[in-house]
Design a protein around this ligand. Structure first.
Ligand code: PLP
Length: 411
């Protein structure tokens, strides 16, 4: 209670901004994940990894736009790319050279992608992949996993959210190879696809076991279903995404977030025989339109981002930074005996508060965040951390010092 009072007193302008927003947006919100109790901070500007709220506080951003931000918040390279595309003209009612070069770069990275198509978000990319799988197999059901999040209207019970899906789905336990085998034995001929995150992101950074993914690969192959990896978050784990790290290659992959260089973005790709069904020159081709699918500003930003920031070396370095940070956090919790644990993969991780009841854990989780905010470190309400390339060693050292202090004194 005292922490909430302190938060209210520190952030009067953020509170006032929410009151104003409430009149025109439900709850003052247009993006559910941004809601936090008693009110979210309103950030007005940023530079590198520093963000500034409307009350004038500065934070080091360890949330990285819920994993969508890899480059930090300001980039002369991206600014120049967008400005150039803008100067050369946008909204051209046509294909452009940017999109060809961008598609070539992406397809080259992912072993599972022979061809791809662009969309406007990860949600859309997943919907299109599911549609392609259903029409390719002539089957209706999509196997998904509890806790999965595949988009704004494709969620399967992560946190307190209810299941929210516009297709016929079969909900299976995550990381349970035996349950998947049983489901395929019973209903394999009806399953069009298995849609899975190599690490459940919104579901709490739960990493898939390699053996689980291998079983999914074998089951889908045996039963003629399509394996789709949602790599919207995990594509950052290496040049070829998490699939290259696990060594399990799906039939289709979806990506989004940072690949758009800071712009709204999604893409789905896969085996040529599946993707070529979208070839409009073919009789009976699958339709896939979208005014902004190849938005020139997005294509230009994405192309610049992929060449500058999403290189093999830089992604490997970011992965290692994240693994080291996770190890250091684990060590803090172990040494201090603080009632928290951490899960994750590379630069994306989640701190989970423990408690004798869910309420106690939730209160502790919120308290941890309030205390970190007071020290100038920004993470998600639910404990999510996504390290960006703008975070330097000194920021990590400061964060760990703060976490050690906070964790040791957290009731
Ligand atoms: N898939 C995963 C794994 C995600 O984490 C997200 C977004 O958080 C999505 C899909 C949806 O992407 P978008 O928010 O761009 O629709």
């Amino acid at each position: 209670q005292a922490a909430i009072e302190g938060y209210r007193n520190r952030n009067p302008k953020s509170a006032a901004m929410l009151d104003r927003a409430r009149a025109v947006m439900p709850g003052g919100n247009t993006r559910t994940s941004l809601w936090s109790d008693p009110f979210p901070l309103c950030i007005e500007s940023a530079e590198g990894c520093r963000i500034r709220d409307v009350d004038g506080h500065e934070y080091i951003d360890f949330l990285g736009e819920f994993t969508a931000g890899i480059f930090g918040h300001t980039s002369p390279v991206l600014a120049e790319a967008v400005a150039q595309a803008h100067a050369d003209g946008f909204g051209l009612s046509s294909h452009t050279p940017y999109e060809v070069a961008f598609a070539e770069r992406i397809v080259e990275r992912f072993p599972s992608m022979d061809r791809l198509r662009f969309a406007n978000s990860g949600t859309e990319a997943n919907m299109m992949a599911v549609m392609a799988a259903k029409l390719t197999t002539g089957r209706g059901k999509i196997a998904v996993f509890d806790g999965a999040y595949h988009g704004g209207f494709l969620s399967f019970g992560h946190g307190s959210s209810p299941v929210n899906a516009p297709f016929d789905y079969l909900l299976l336990p995550f990381n349970d190879a035996a349950a998947a085998s049983t489901a395929f034995a019973a209903e394999g001929s009806e399953i069009a696809a298995v849609l899975v995150e190599p690490m459940q992101g919104a579901g709490g950074c739960r990493v898939a076991d390699r053996a689980f993914l291998e079983v999914l690969r074998n089951l889908t192959q045996t039963h003629g279903a399509i394996l789709i990896f949602d790599e919207v978050q995990t594509a950052r784990m290496s040049y070829g995404g998490a699939q290259s790290i696990f060594g399990v290659i799906p039939d289709m992959t979806t990506i989004g977030k940072f690949f758009g260089g800071g712009m709204a973005f999604g893409a789905f790709g896969g085996r040529a025989d599946i993707m070529d069904r979208f070839d409009p020159a073919r009789p009976g081709a699958l339709p896939h339109a979208g005014t902004f699918n190849n938005n020139r500003l997005t294509m230009a930003a994405g192309l610049a981002a992929i060449d500058t920031y999403l290189t093999a070396d830089k992604l490997t370095a970011l992965y290692q930074t994240g693994e080291d940070l996770q190890a250091a956090i684990k060590d803090i919790f172990k040494r201090t005996g603080a009632p928290f644990k951490i899960t994750g993969m590379g630069s994306i991780m989640n701190i989970h508060a423990e408690g004798t009841t869910p309420e106690e854990a939730l209160t502790r989780q919120k308290l941890l965040r309030f205390r970190l905010l007071e020290d100038g470190y920004f993470i998600a309400d639910r404990g999510l951390i996504a390290v960006s390339q703008a975070i330097e060693e000194k920021h990590i050292e400061g964060f760990l010092q703060s976490l050690e202090k906070v964790a040791a004194t957290c009731p």
